[in-house]
Design a protein around this ligand. Structure first.
Ligand code: SAH
Ligand code: SF4
Ligand code: F3S
Length: 482
């Protein structure tokens, strides 16, 4: 069994300042990778599996940026890879269970190929009982780190390479934001951009504030600088990321609102489209609605998680708005930005939810007419207030409600989608269609997809497409003027 080193501090002549310190360790790790790859007579391959939300996806791009800098090439096959990283999610229990299942298989692969390195990071690692379980039953893992010290990846990896013990480094929280580390984007033409980290809302069902720490906003100058660089590198669309973007800037030395930040970003020449997520209804300001209505670049899409339509349940969820306030907000937005697409997240089966509460949720769905909705079965997360609430709902009742909700949501979103048939929309061409390589796939401002005949040279361009036929939740179309 492997010994464990916790909270590593490498005693070397490394610079103490960040990001210089990490660049120093990237050089160290590069030497190791070069040596190994000479021995093997081929480049070393790394595979990153990302679970969870867009925050994690962006974190994985940062990990890949560092891996490529030190000489790894990106691969897809876990079996043959020299290094496998799981960037984990714990928002619902099934996300968690999937990781354990796959980790078992990874252990078997490592037995056959002992030089294979395995690292685990992300939200699950912030839960002490998870790390205990890993120490006990998955001792073949080489490196475990959390969400707060991801910027230290090069340093941690170097110590894992130098050691035959499991390196574990988990921080409870941080107030630190390290800028200017390498990133390897998945798409050349669009990119996520973190504008804030953490969450202070403590919705009673949610584990995110416990695993992502307190809310911290990035300095607006650093955000603008990052986007300017991305644009210079070919990016035309950014997705601003935060658990509650509407509370951006409150704790900055010079406070700034999210709406003000958006106006600054809008000025960046060459940037064509701005998206953001997620918006908490309680903090969505009139200022933001006005900025959205006037903007030429902000996309016509707002993800506005409702969670439940019952005011009683919303109170138990600690969401700080009720059904009427939410409906009034949705109406105000639709009035100010008539062609906006509204999407949402809904949880069914929160403790104590009655059939009447559930009917309130269906009522909101019918009234708002969401363009799409992510529906979730409530999952009990240890340590959250809801986990110890009375009246946890039985599985068959929840499943029945879930199916009824899904049916309602899908019927309405198909009707909403069809509204645009026959119109011409500007789309950002993203990729070749997975099933038919004569077709290209593009995304409209309202986030709907359209497939149309075209070729690869269009990828990354904004083109006008005629929407010929709605297929439920996507369109078939053709290039306008072709
Ligand atoms: N910060 C975002 C949501 C992040 S988590 C917001 O507040 O809107 C994404 C979604 O997961 C949530 O909107 C919620 O619908 C769902 N979710 C979070 N915790 C959950 C739980 N314990 N059980 C089921 N769904 C959950
Ligand atoms: Fe979770 Fe609520 Fe924070 Fe969203 S706002 S991450 S649901 S606690
Ligand atoms: Fe999951 Fe963490 Fe995102 S728990 S949803 S990956 S913030």
């Amino acid at each position: 069994m492997k010994e464990i080193i916790e909270n590593v501090k490498l005693v070397e002549n490394a610079p103490l300042e960040e990001p210089d310190r990490q660049y120093y360790f990237m050089e160290k790790a590069k030497e190791y990778v070069a040596k190994m790859s000479e021995e093997l007579g081929r480049p070393l391959v790394a595979v990153i599996q990302t679970f969870g939300c867009q925050m994690n996806a962006r974190d994985s791009e940062k990990l890949l940026g560092i891996l490529e800098k030190i000489g790894y090439v990106e691969g897809t096959d876990e079996e043959t890879a020299d290094f496998v990283i799981y960037n984990t999610c714990t928002v619902r229990e099934n996300a968690n269970l999937r990781v354990y299942g796959r980790l078992g298989q990874l252990g078997a692969m490592k037995k056959k190929n002992p030089h294979k390195m395995i690292a685990l990071c992300g939200c699950m690692m912030q839960e002490p009982e998870v790390v205990e379980k890993l120490k006990k039953s998955y001792c073949f893992v080489d490196l475990i780190f959390g969400t707060h010290n991801i910027y230290k990846f090069a340093e941690l990896l170097t110590s894992a390479m130098q050691s035959d013990r499991t390196v574990i480094d988990i921080w409870k929280d941080t107030d630190k934001i390290v800028e200017d580390l390498p990133v390897e984007r998945k798409y050349p033409f669009k990119s996520g951009v973190n504008i804030m980290f953490g969450c202070n809302n403590f919705c009673s069902y949610c584990i995110v504030p416990y695993v992502r720490g307190r809310e911290r906003s990035r300095d607006p100058k650093a955000i603008i600088r990052e986007i300017e660089r991305l644009v210079a590198d070919g990016v035309v669309e950014v997705m601003l990321l935060g658990q509650n973007v509407n509370s951006y800037g409150k704790n900055l030395e010079e406070p700034m609102t999210f709406a003000q930040l958006l106006q600054e970003i809008e000025k960046i020449e060459g940037l064509e489209r701005i998206r953001f997520m997620t918006s908490h209804p309680k903090d969505l300001s009139d200022e933001l609605i006005e900025v959205m209505s006037k903007s030429k670049k902000i996309c016509k899409h707002l993800h506005l998680p409702v969670q439940s339509g019952s005011s009683r349940i919303l109170k138990l969820m600690n969401r700080h708005y009720d059904k009427e306030q939410y409906l009034a907000l949705a109406e105000k937005i639709r009035k100010a930005v008539p062609d906006i697409s509204l999407t949402t997240d809904i949880i069914v089966g929160f403790p104590g939810e009655t059939e009447e509460d559930f009917q309130e949720t269906l009522d909101v769905v019918r009234k708002v007419r969401y363009d799409s909705a992510f529906t979730f079965i409530y999952s009990k997360r240890t340590g959250t207030p809801a986990a110890v609430m009375k009246d946890q709902i039985s599985e068959d009742v929840v499943k029945d409600r879930f199916n009824r909700l899904l049916h309602e949501v899908q019927t309405i979103s198909a009707e909403q989608c069809a509204i645009h048939e026959g119109t011409v929309q500007t789309v950002l061409v993203e990729c070749v269609n997975e099933h038919d390589n004569h077709l290209m796939t593009g995304r409209m401002s309202n986030n709907l997809l359209v497939h149309f005949p075209g070729d690869e040279s269009l990828i990354g361009q904004l083109v006008d497409v005629h929407l010929d036929e709605c297929k439920g939740f996507y369109y078939m179309g053709r290039l306008e003027n072709h």
